[in-house]
Design a protein around this ligand. Structure first.
Ligand SMILES: *Cc1c(COP(=O)(O)O)cnc(C)c1O
Length: 409
């Protein structure tokens, strides 16, 4: 029996997405963002010291996630560092992080003089594995940062059990998971503190921006101090209770974010529908594994659509597949993260730090991360805002590319 394969676009065949209109633009905006920006401009209250927009946004964000408190700030990278400082994690402490994440998750530990210790992920979900966290605990471990990658949610039940057993602080990295819920509870409310990012690629954005959510009043106060040069809420101007950064968000950014948060539920509905359609198209395909879903994730953030191509990965053809998909017209195809335990900047800073401290440098053992890093592809949230027609064509493009690995070799 002979099988006929469609000629790939990289080899001169017709592109799967040819003839389709351009994708909707990202970021999206309308009169709400315009109105909010002009109002701040004309008010003259451009900073949160004089205006109320940041404070209003903080209230709306906290309500949206079901958190007691939210503190807005400049970005998700420094949100992680500020959260660690608010929890008094510092020099010589160890912080357990997954290696399959954006670099900021690990650099936050280094910023405060703590050593990032890598614990492996579950290859079915790409998410931090609680058993691997427990195996990485030493007498120096003070905190763990579960990353809700792509809008999916780490098994927080298992993770919190481990954290509780070893008295670890939990900072949830929710940069990719605004709106996601674990057993009905919003991410950022499941650990001690949760950090968010509103950088351009994220599901709501003001170009840059971030936030920290807290449940505990005392922790919210120390977080506020980290964002506001050590000031206390309602404290005197030159009263600095602790050493803290200035990470304040501007009123302009908060005005945009208020409008973005308003439009989020509608966009999330579209992203969820498109992700479900794509999952349905890819599930029957041999050679494609869509990230597993856990029923306890009662709302998914749909920031990334992750899937693995194990056969292509084992033959070293994943990158060629990404190029082939791009040639088919699939927008935003990514080969995903380079694992952080292989990142030279992190490795060298970590070794300099542990040497100075006279502490052993942790030796990462993360085979599942190495595996998924070799065979993962993802599409960004903006692609999940495309039409049903686009999504069907993207499914066909992926089917075409995985059907014939030999053509990629
Ligand atoms: C985007 C991101 C960050 C950093 O946020 P910035 O606002 O870009 O500094 C941290 N962690 C993860 C997982 C992210 O995706």
């Amino acid at each position: 029996m002979t099988t006929t394969y469609q000629t790939l676009a990289v080899h001169g065949g017709p592109a799967a997405l040819s003839g389709l209109p351009a994708l909707p633009p990202w970021p999206q905006h309308g009169p709400e963002e315009e109105h909010g920006l002009l109002e701040v401009l004309r008010s003259g209250a451009w900073g949160s010291i004089h205006g109320e927009v940041v404070r209003t946004f903080e209230g709306e964000l906290a309500a949206f996630q079901g958190a007691q408190h939210a503190i807005a700030l400049t970005n998700g990278t420094l949100a992680l560092a500020a959260a660690l400082r608010a929890l008094d994690v510092g020099v010589g402490d160890e912080v357990i992080v997954p290696p399959y994440t954006f670099i900021a998750t690990a650099t936050a530990a280094l910023f405060v003089g703590a050593v990032p210790v890598f614990a492996d992920v579950d290859p079915a979900t790409h998410l931090l594995d609680a058993a691997a966290v427990e195996a990485a605990v030493t007498e120096r471990t003070r905190a763990v940062i579960p990353v809700h990658l792509g809008g999916d949610v780490v098994d927080m039940t298992a993770l919190n059990e481990v954290a509780c057993r070893h008295d670890l602080a939990v900072v949830e990295d929710c940069a990719q998971a605004l709106g996601a819920r674990w057993e009905g509870r919003g991410v950022g409310t499941l650990g001690d503190l949760g950090t968010f990012s509103f950088q351009t690629s994220k599901n709501i954005t003001a170009g840059e921006g971030g936030a920290i959510t807290a449940q505990d009043e005392r922790l919210a106060t120390s977080t506020y101090a980290q964002v506001n040069v050590g000031r206390l809420p309602r404290g005197a101007w030159y009263e600095h209770s602790v050493v803290g950064y200035n990470l304040r968000l501007t009123e302009f950014q908060a005005a945009v974010l208020r409008a973005q948060l308003q439009r989020l539920p509608d966009l999330q509905r579209v992203r969820a529908e498109r992700a479900a359609a794509l999952r349905e198209a890819l599930t029957p395909l041999e050679g494609v594994e869509v990230a597993a879903r856990d029923e306890r994730v009662t709302a998914h953030g749909h920031h990334l659509f992750l899937f693995r191509v194990p056969e292509l990965g084992s033959r070293g053809l994943r990158d060629a597949a990404a190029r082939a998909l791009t040639a088919e017209g699939v927008p935003g195809v990514s080969t995903g993260y380079v694992p952080l335990h292989h990142n030279e900047a992190i490795r060298s800073e970590m070794h300099r730090l542990t040497e100075r401290l006279g502490q052993p440098a942790p030796v990462p053992d993360c085979p599942a991360t190495d595996l998924v890093a070799s065979d993962t592809l993802w599409l960004p949230q903006s692609v999940l805002l495309a039409s049903e027609e686009h999504i069907a064509a993207i499914g066909q493009a992926i089917a075409k590319v995985v059907a014939n690995p030999d053509a990629l070799a």
